[in-house]
Design a binder for this molecule. Structure first.
Ligand code: ASP
Ligand code: MG
Length: 438
């Protein structure tokens, strides 16, 4: 069983939905995971904010605006009167529901119900469209098999059990449509896998079913070697290992949800990134194959804070780093990068929620300084197998950019640098020229 996930822009209009229907209608058994139509989840976030702020009028306005978009879609999507009527009733139900919340009792739980609406609507509409066009499919509700555990991590065993049971009862069908992003938490309440989580749904389903391939369909032709919003010329990367893809997704390549590679790697299911606009393009294949001796891509992550910790007590002492790391652990703040000297250590974090408390605690035994507005630049490839000159090439290319931190050798797939965000664009451009010849 194959898994195909289509993102918000791929189902963002009637025409795009029709193209997706064509793409999936090839006789191959598959689970089709859909995002909400583009813009919908953002709108739902705003609606929830208005409800939280007890501004029912604003919520109503936002809901009305979103409702209009769907009315327009209906007029373009369906040909026959019965299908259009069915679509209309569906939209009315969902929007009546969105309007039904009470500002006084609006809490985190209600917010998650609101956020779930986008995927519930897109999958139902798509299912109706397939029905109208005599393409056999079954809508399988993600809320009946997608679960997270007490740590808010997806519960792969639960997902596997429940999904397999469900599919067993549907043997005469071969196309299954389901919602990305939404799930239930360990208490059974409606929840989600965080923004962009539909990719994660797809890889979890692929892993649960031991699929032969997970396809993530977006609107660009795979992962590119650099950020197309910053540099003029980029090229798609044909192949990446799971590790390389995970590093790139985490460090800012927007194409993929950062943790979605994990389930695929765990069960060794290849992930292919493809472009709905250019279905024939090769895209990017992510698999367990070692990547070959090559520098593959660079990505950058902003809003990084660098914390420098200096102590003469660190000199020839043990236990100092443990004391430092314990503070971060206590405040559940992950450290991204580390570099050390004999008397000092610099770390980076991107979750600054507890920064003040962390600084205060470490200041009790060391001198701490904090630098905001930093960016991590992450260069991914196979460095050990590469020709020895690649670090030289990198630093040569970056000659004019001040570098705040370097991390090399932590993994053979990654060199990370920290620069002030004001130098990020220049750095990415120079790397594009010096390392990729673009
Ligand atoms: N609809 C959700 C979002 O916009 C999930 C997704 O599209 O992957 O974040
Ligand atoms: Mg996405």
């Amino acid at each position: 069983m194959r898994v195909l996930k289509f993102g918000g822009t791929s189902v963002g209009s009637a025409d795009r939905m029709k193209s997706v229907a064509k793409l999936i209608n090839d006789g191959v058994p598959k689970v089709v995971v859909l995002s909400a139509m583009s813009g919908t989840t953002n709108a739902l976030v705003e609606i929830a904010k208005a409800y939280h702020a007890k501004d029912k009028e604003k919520a109503g306005e936002l809901i009305g605006h979103l409702n209009m978009k769907y009315e327009f879609l209906l007029s373009e999507l369906f040909k026959s009167v019965p299908a259009a009527e069915k679509g209309k009733a569906l939209i009315k139900n969902h929007f009546d529901y969105l309007r039904s919340f009470d500002t006084d009792s609006f809490s985190f739980n209600e917010e998650r119900l609101v956020l779930a609406e986008g995927e519930l609507i897109s999958t139902s509409l798509f299912h109706f469209y397939l029905e109208e066009n005599k393409i056999d499919s079954v809508l399988i509700p993600a809320l009946e098999f997608m679960r997270t555990d007490e740590n808010e991590e997806p519960d792969l065993n639960y997902i596997e059990d429940h999904l397999k049971k469900m599919l067993k009862g549907l043997k005469e069908h071969s196309v299954f449509i389901t919602q990305g992003y939404i799930c239930r938490d360990s208490f059974g309440a409606v929840s989600n896998l965080k923004r962009g989580g539909s990719d994660y749904t797809a890889t979890l389903i692929g892993a649960a079913l031991h699929s032969d391939e997970i396809q993530i369909w977006t609107d660009i032709d795979g992962m590119h070697n650099n950020d197309p919003r910053i540099v003029d010329k980029t090229k798609p990367v044909a192949e990446l290992s799971f590790d390389e893809a995970a590093e790139l997704a985490y460090f800012g390549a927007k194409v993929l949800h950062p943790t979605c590679v994990n389930p695929a790697r765990l069960r060794n299911v290849p992930v292919r990134l493809l472009n709905t606009m250019m279905p024939e393009a090769k895209g990017t294949l992510i698999s367990n194959k070692s990547s070959g001796a090559e520098i593959k891509a660079v990505a950058a992550k902003d809003s990084i804070v660098a914390i420098n910790i200096v102590s003469s007590r660190m000199l020839m002492a043990y236990g100092f780093l443990r004391n430092v790391f314990e503070v971060f652990e206590r405040y559940k703040t992950p450290i991204d990068m580390i570099s050390t000297s004999e008397v000092a250590v610099s770390v980076t974090i991107d979750n600054t929620k507890n920064l003040d408390a962390i600084v205060k605690e470490i200041s009790a035994f060391a001198v701490v300084s904090v630098e905001h507005n930093q960016s991590i630049i992450c260069i991914v490839g196979d460095f050990l197998a590469d020709k020895p000159g690649c670090a030289v090439q990198l630093f040569e290319a970056m000659r004019s950019v001040p570098i705040r931190m370097i991390s090399y050798g932590g993994s053979k797939n990654n060199i990370s640098l920290v620069v002030n965000t004001e130098h990020k664009k220049e750095a990415l451009k120079l790397i594009n020229k010096g390392l990729f010849g673009l």
